[in-house]
Structure formats: C-alpha cells, structure tokens
Design a protein around this ligand. Sequence first.
Ligand code: SF4
Ligand code: SF4
Length: 512
Amino acid sequence: MIYSFWEFWDSITPFETADLQKLVNYNFNMPDRDNTYSTNQIRKISQCHSSLGTKTRVASPKLDRWKDLNKAIVDWINNDALEETSVKIAEENNFQFYDSIQKRILSDLFSRFRTIYPKKDYKFEHEYLVKEAVKELNGEEYGLTTHFTYGFEDENQFEYIRLKTAHDPEPELIDRAIITKLRAENEEFYTAAIELDDLIEIEQVENPDEIINEYFTILEEYLTNRKKRTPGRQCDYCDQVSRCGQFPLITDDKITNRVREVKISKTNLVKLSNCERRTAWNVQYGLPREDYIEFESESDGTKFHNFSQKLLVNNNNFLEKENIESFNQLTNQEDEVTREQLFLKYQQLVSKLKNYKDLKIKESEYILGFTCIAEGRGLRNGKVVDQKVATIFTGKSDLAGRVGDTPIIIELKTRQEIPEDALEAQLYALGASQLMKSEKEILVLHIYVSDHDATIKERKFGSSELESAKAKFDDLAKKSASWIPYDALSPKYSIGNWCEVCEFKSTCLENR
Ligand code: SF4
Ligand code: SF4
C-alpha cells in the first residue's frame, strides 16, 4: 500500500531530482529534469493522469513514519558510538514527536531493520541513488527513474537496498525492468522487507525492454492530455482528491497548501458515527490493523455484486427472461450450490428493479464524494496550532444510472438493513448532486437481497434533504479536523457493541 519510498520521492522537487543524479550509472544521455518521471509517478499516471499533481497535505502517516524510520537508520549507520548508544540517539532524534503507540511501531520497525541488515564496515550512501532508462518521445529525451534507499560499497562491489515496510514488498514490474536493464556486474539489488523480517534479492525480468517501452507509451499518452481524469479504486490512494473536481468542495472556503487534509471512505464514515478513535486510527494515523489477513478468498456476497454489475450495466434488456437466465453463463466456474444461490439472489434483485420504468444503469463501482472544510488543529514547528482541515468523504456505489431523467444510485446489500445505511445514502446523494448540479432530485436505493426475498429502501433527495445531509457532514468534518497529527491518542473513543468487531481492540484497551 502506501508505505513506500516512491511517495517520498514525489515530495522531492524536480530540481533536486535532476541535480543529484550524480550516482547513477547511465547508458544514455541525461534528459532534462522536467522530463524525468519516477516509477511511482508513472504508476500513478497509468491509473489517472490527473493524480499526478502539486504537493498536498493529505494525511499520509505511514509515509511520515517511513521517512522518520529512514532518518533513524541513517543516523544509526553514521554513528560510530556503541550500538546501544547509537540506537538510543537515533530514536530520540527522530521518533520524539510521536505518541507512545507510533513510537512503539517505529522502534519495532527500526529493530527489525537492524536485525536483517546489521551494521557493516562498508562505504555508505543514502541520497538519490537512482537508475534511469531514457527514450526519445516527440523529439525530446524522457527518463524513467527507479530509486534506492541505501547503497553500500565494499571493494568495488555495490549493494543497493530499497526500504519497504509494506506487507507486500514486491517491487513494481517497471522497477525490476529498469534494474535488469541497467545493472552492472558488480551490483546487487535487495528489498529490506521489514514486515517479513527478510532481505530479499530483487528478481530480474526476462523482457526489460518490452516493459520499459510499455511504460514509455503510458508516458507518451499522458503528455498529450495531462489533465485526463479516470476515477476508480485509485482515488483511495490519490492525494489530489480534493482538487481534481471529482470530490468538490461543499463549504464556502478554499483549499490552499496551508489546509491539512484527511480522506474518509464510506466504511470509515460508518465507523465515525460510532467511535472517532476507530476511524482516526484508520485514516489519520494508519495504525496496523490487528485483524490483517494477507489473502481472503472472494465471498459469495462479492461474487453476487460482481456478476450482477456485469449483467446490468448498459443492458437495456435486463428484464427479459432469456437475459436473466444468461446470468448462469457468468457463474459457470462456480460450484453448483453457489451458482444456484447466486441465481436466486439475482432473480430477486431483478424482480425489484422492474418497478422502475425506464431504468438505465450506466456505471458500476461509481465513485462519489465531496470535501468539507472545518476549523481544526494542526502542527506548526512541533506545536499544536489552529488550522483549517479539509475532510474528503468518498464512497463507491454499486450501480448508477437514471430513471427517466432522474439520477439514481443503487446499493446492493446481502445483509439486513442497518441504521448507518441512511448516512451512506446521504453521502451518495450529496456526492451525486455536486457532480450533476443541474438535477432537482437524486434517487438512492438500497436493495437488500436474500435467496428468497428482496426489499427496497428508496430515498429521494430534493433540496431540503440535501441541506440536512450537508449539515450532517459539516458536523462530522469538525470531528476529523480536531485530530492532532502525530498524536494518535488525541481522538475521542467511545465504547459500545462495535468494539466487538473493532480492528484495534487490543491496542485500544491498552491505551484507555
Ligand atoms: S481522486 Fe481519482 S479522479 Fe481525482 S485525480 Fe485522483 S485518481 Fe484521478
Ligand atoms: S475498541 Fe471500541 S473504543 Fe476502542 S477504538 Fe475500537 S471501537 Fe473505539
């Protein structure tokens, strides 16, 4: 996820990037610095051109911790004092501003790094270690650059290390391709995979030129239309979220670089109405979940969503018997019992949709949201100060389209109705009303489907309903604005039934 060096690299200005490429082994001439893109930037571009924008202040705690861990490692390696002393000084210098929970996380990561890569008597470099592939596009040289956190040299043998704190430390294909293409005989490349307690050699690829060329094609497309916006899953990780226009500002204010930002997804929004701490630990502080599962097989509920979306989007015949039966073709890889259950649910779903005359479903996984600014708190020079905070509320609706002329958002549920669904409906309606300003009314449906039944909850949002929704979200934004960066203990907690399923149960209990 976002525990990577590449985001850190994006915070470095183009001047620094180009100016300090002195340690690179080039096979080509160097392109102009404005024509150089990191592999992280190119990955962003490949998902959405607009996501590569100016620097913002969206909460990115894992990245902040990564930066301070990196500084501590550099301090420790450069300090010739006894091990215990150099570790203590590095921790004091770099972890002091954090609360006790984050300090512990950082100390743990630091100690894991020292175990997998103990201090060696090698020459050490830690700045701007890059390799760059170059190609001419439209008559100019362009560069794609992969980066390393540390470099060690011993008798003309070099080891380059990428520091990774993510659960999945595998480098992107483009990084591996550039490394394969430009590696010299006396160079080795590793990932220090701290979560896995392992130093993993970076594997080469068989077709580096092909991969590098594919990414240059992505870059070429970007150069022809830099502002193209492609909303999708990538919005969850994008720091341009309050500025790209997909999640418009609904308060009378302005986003500037002084405004701190925090992004709250639909799942975390529901948690926010119960317990601020739980949401804050997810979105503002990025604390490790206690229920982290590396791989989860797709649930039957998810399958139902996916197959239904496939069949309903841009299908004007979805009410016809034959068309309904074609659902079974989509599920032919499933076992018999699952197929039957999925089909029963789909039939129930269509039986409800037929009540909506002239329904046209145009989109699935449709991203909606908006931004609210509230007075809150932030840090300046290590001190807590008053500061405006933008909260971006985002949600992905299952289906979207129109009934006649009226926009409709549809959410499919394979569980019973819960009170929080009303808040979800407000989020969608407000988001849709911002994207489609000319509309008088927005319709939001929740359809609860089981094998034998389906019920519908229909909500219509005209101007007064939208006003109350706005007031509700303005209030919620005040909560997130009050969280102090670096202090995970600042958000209030509230104990209730929801604690049973909380992903931070033990950490919370230890810190009440
Ligand atoms: S928020 Fe989404 S649509 Fe907007 S720039 Fe980012 S990825 Fe693109
Ligand atoms: S355990 Fe309960 S009180 Fe603690 S963070 Fe989770 S939901 Fe909130």
